[in-house]
Write a protein that binds this ligand. Structure first.
Ligand code: SF4
Ligand code: SF4
Length: 364
């Protein structure tokens, strides 16, 4: 793949585009358009497979693959060598080439030579193919990888930050106030009928707001750090802190979905072909989803727990990144640098907690 395409800008554009199609255009309500989109993604991935090497579509273009790839950097379980020295002296590299019985690594990774979980699918091929039995799934802390990571490129930094913005925006579109805000925006720009432009304006503003606040926090951190590290390095290095904040909200939001819609899984398993079942009306569907299997207070307490975890991980990653970015400087300078970031984490966490505390309006 040419170097100018070896970044995640395409994945980021597709991620924003799919979010717009789902939330703004409601395409998931149409089986035909949903199927057409799935076919489009399939064709695109096949074209990438035919033209480029090393699973280029998954690495650089797939919005789902990249979202999972970034989140996997927080995974508490990772495939790693037991002894680094064994991999260092290995000449045969069955994990990469495969063995007689086991397929090669589908992501073309050599165990012992990668430190990022991003492209590892945890398929376990290398665990089986390594003749030295040197590979295993290992436990680690959730901040282990992000706190040690180097400064990412602009593309990865923007992906992590917009992941945070879009994730929260997804929640914004489900609260009762969203319709009102959309109407106010439409009135302000004189839009009537379908609020396409108002939606795009709301989506861009809502997604960009966390990035803007982050950018201001980084500028303040730069001042606190007496300008000893460049703005670009601080912007990239601290962007990893957006990952746990986004992941925490993602988990908290989807836990609510799971508790409301999880019953459907059981009904599906009991009657997979829906024999004798009539389609529900929107009202019936809404009523069904309002029946949460646990009391609202318990659900919110669990959600708040996720948010606290996200905040704590962000602080840990920021601490280590501050030390990496300004290794020779004293605690006082690093503290001054971190204060604006702590304010940013607190603002995002408070905003997301507020979102979680609102009623959710389900989309059908
Ligand atoms: S995992 Fe096994 S096969 Fe792969 S480099 Fe290490 S020792 Fe060699
Ligand atoms: S678990 Fe699978 S994807 Fe990950 S390094 Fe091993 S073979 Fe490759």
């Amino acid at each position: 793949m040419p170097r100018y395409l070896q970044n995640v800008w395409i994945a980021l554009l597709m991620f924003m585009g799919l979010a717009w199609l789902e939330l703004g255009m409601g395409v998931t309500g149409s089986p035909v358009i949903t199927a057409a989109l799935a076919v489009f993604m399939l064709v695109l991935s096949v074209v990438f497979l035919l033209v480029f090497e090393r699973k280029a579509f998954c690495r650089y273009a797939c919005p789902v693959g990249r979202t999972l790839g970034f989140y996997s950097r927080l995974s508490p379980i990772a495939v790693r060598p037991q002894l680094q020295s064994t991999c260092d002296s290995c000449k045969t590299m069955e994990c990469y080439h495969g063995s007689q019985l086991i397929e090669p690594c589908p992501s073309k990774l050599v165990v012992g030579r990668f430190s990022e979980n991003t492209n590892c699918l945890s398929c376990g091929n290398c665990v089986l193919s390594c003749p030295s039995k040197n590979v295993s799934w290992q436990l680690r802390t959730m901040d282990n990888e992000a706190k040690k990571a180097g400064t990412p490129g602009w593309d990865a930094a923007w992906f992590m930050l917009l992941l945070l913005g879009i994730t929260s925006f997804h929640g914004v579109t489900m609260i009762p106030q969203w319709g009102e805000w959309l109407q106010q925006t439409a009135a302000a720009i004189g839009e009537t009928g379908q609020y396409y432009f108002s939606f795009v304006a709301g989506m861009l503003a809502s997604s960009a707001l966390p990035v803007l606040v982050y950018g201001i926090a980084i500028a303040a951190a730069n001042v606190g750090g007496q300008g000893l590290t460049s703005y670009r390095k601080l912007f990239g290095g601290f962007a990893f802190t957006a990952l746990p904040l986004a992941f925490a909200y993602h988990l908290a939001h989807n836990m609510d979905h799971l508790l409301r819609e999880g019953g459907d899984v059981l009904r599906l398993l009991i009657n997979p072909f829906g024999i004798g079942i009539k389609p529900l009306t929107s009202v019936e569907r809404h009523d069904l989803m309002m029946q949460v299997v646990a009391p609202e207070s318990v659900v919110f307490t669990l959600q708040a727990g996720f948010m606290v975890l996200g905040f704590w991980l962000a602080v840990q990653i920021a601490r280590y990144q501050a030390r990496r970015l300004m290794p020779g400087d004293g605690i006082a300078i690093r503290l001054k640098m971190m204060l604006p970031l702590l304010a940013f984490f607190a603002a995002i966490t408070a905003g997301n907690l507020w979102l979680l505390a609102q009623d959710m309006e389900m989309r059908f």
